[in-house]
Design a protein around this ligand. Structure first.
Ligand code: CA
Length: 517
């Protein structure tokens, strides 16, 4: 399947690093001579680390110019440095951090880049034209699924400008401590997802009737600014419903009104500043921080220079880089917001007797990532180099003027992070993966970026972009970043991603830190 690569390739991220990553497919055999003359004393798998010099017990192992742990024993030059040889450093305390000390030089504004999008009344822009049907509670999910199928079959052919119909199903709404601290997070998340720019300001709700999350709690008066005639609600327990078919007929009938309005919309040329891009990673490997995430970081800088919005997230994956984040904050107040969000999350993990080390998976380790420190350093690269302009708590929605680079504080779980970024107002999602995941969302296009050529080749009809070409020496990070930026504009204008083509849709998964009853 793969061509044998004759030349050994290792990637060192910073001149001060005492380890480098083996890039060759299949890894490198013991006895291999690296460029520069170092000879491997172990076989080193692809994506794993090799010691570039002897590292004595207790000395730091340096990658990305920072210590990812201390050597548990003497490690000879040319040895495989795997996670069992490392003691993980403890988390940096959230005190005495540098506050907005790095003032990024203002980058030159990018102008002239546009895409074709659906302009909403509130000024936001959709990249897709979808009818979304909001639900208050999981009880209605089965009925709604039947109704959605009926709408797809019977109605959608008459509304060719509508891209699809999406039931916003979830497991929240009843059997929950709805007044407990933290319960506001899942509730506001649902509220704000209903207002995602890809739904054109059309809000339609299906409720059961007796649930804890009542419609006026989910969407209180005034929360739907685009729909002045009030909440469009179908309540299944309404006495007017006689039998299942009458519920379906009612939902289908209400959907028609929204489809009429959505169908009248057309794409218009808008500036790239209307992009609201959520970036995250899932199934990371040691290449994530070498290829895909640096390319996404370069792309992120381009979006920010064009006046657009980039959200990066995943609390446990940025926690070990907290001092880099607070230093990069635009001002001390933003740095404090970062500390507040990560501090709240530390407490949340502690309540479950966990810490950030619960993040790494067996797949991460098999892919060469020794621990969360190494994973975090590779993860934050996808935020690029811009100043962090603001911080968004979980489930909140970006204000219209909240552009630039935003730290949207979310768990790192792929589905929860994606769900919270949808609530924030994301109209495009960029997702990097090294191990491979078929992740996709019904609500928003997901551009999947492979960290390695081998994965991009094997999953040729799932991966949208191959950043592995960077490690293969076929393109630079800059070139890949520009190519990704252009792909963003094409997908925002309607070009389908693989996940859209196959209709790969992960569930909405709400972040609910409050108790279940
Ligand atoms: Ca993730």
């Amino acid at each position: 399947m793969s061509e044998p690569q004759s030349l050994p390739i290792v990637v060192r991220m910073q001149a001060s690093d005492n380890v480098a990553i083996v890039a060759n497919e299949g890894g490198l055999a013991v006895g291999t001579e690296l460029p520069g003359g170092l000879v491997l004393v172990d076989r080193v798998p692809q994506g794993h680390k090799v010691a570039l010099s002897a590292i004595a017990a207790g000395e730091p192992v340096l990658r990305y110019g920072v210590s990812i742990g201390k050597a548990r024993q003497d490690i000879p030059a040319g040895a495989w440095v795997h996670e069992r040889l490392l003691d993980m450093p403890s988390a940096r305390a959230l005190t005495g951090l540098p506050m907005a000390t790095v003032q990024a030089a203002p980058a030159e504004a990018l102008s002239g880049y546009t895409f074709e999008g659906y302009v909403n009344a509130d000024g936001s822009v959709g990249t897709r034209n979808l009818l979304a049907i909001t639900t208050t509670v999981q009880c209605v999910a089965g009925v709604l699924a039947v109704a959605v199928k009926r709408i797809e079959q019977d109605l959608l052919p008459h509304y060719p400008n509508v891209d699809g119909v999406v039931g916003l199903e979830h497991t929240y709404g009843c059997g929950v401590a709805i007044d407990a601290p933290g319960a506001e997070i899942p509730i506001r998340t649902l509220r704000h997802i209903s207002l995602n720019p890809n739904f054109g300001g059309e809000v339609m709700v299906v409720s059961l009737g007796c649930e804890k999350l009542q419609p006026d709690r989910l969407l209180p008066a005034g929360s739907i600014p685009l729909q002045p005639d009030g909440l469009d609600l179908v309540c299944l327990q309404d006495a007017a419903h006689v039998g299942f078919e009458s519920m379906i007929a009612h939902i289908v009938e209400r959907a028609k009104h929204h489809l009429e309005r959505l169908n009248a919309r057309r794409r218009q040329t808008v500036p790239a500043s209307k992009l609201v891009v959520g970036v995250q990673c899932g199934g990371s490997d040691a290449f994530s921080g070498v290829t895909a995430n640096p390319a996404v970081g370069y792309m992120a800088d381009l979006v920010v220079r064009a006046g657009g919005t980039i959200m990066f997230s995943e609390n446990t994956e940025v926690r070990d880089a907290v001092e880099q984040l607070t230093a990069r904050a635009a001002n001390p107040a933003v740095a404090q917001d970062i500390i507040d969000q990560l501090g709240w999350y530390d407490d949340y993990l502690q309540r479950g007797r966990s810490d950030r080390s619960a993040n790494t998976t067996p797949g991460n380790k098999a892919g060469g990532l020794s621990n969360i420190v190494e994973k975090a350093m590779g993860s934050i690269i996808k935020s690029g180099s811009s100043a962090i302009a603001s911080v968004l708590p979980p489930g909140e929605k970006l204000a219209p003027d909240q552009t630039g680079l935003v730290f949207a504080a979310t768990p790192a779980s792929d589905f929860i992070c994606g769900t919270l970024q949808l609530a924030a107002g994301m109209n495009l999602h960029v997702f990097t993966t090294g191990r491979g995941t078929p992740y996709g969302l019904a609500q928003c296009p997901v551009i999947k970026v492979a960290t390695r050529t081998e994965l991009a080749r094997r999953w040729h009809d799932l991966m949208d972009f191959n950043a592995g070409r960077i490690a293969d020496g076929e393109c630079t990070v800059e070139e890949a970043g520009w190519a990704l930026f252009r792909q963003l504009l094409a997908v925002a204008s309607g070009e389908q991603t693989w996940a859209e083509r196959w209709k790969l849709h992960n569930d909405l998964v709400l972040f609910n830190p409050a108790p279940i009853t």
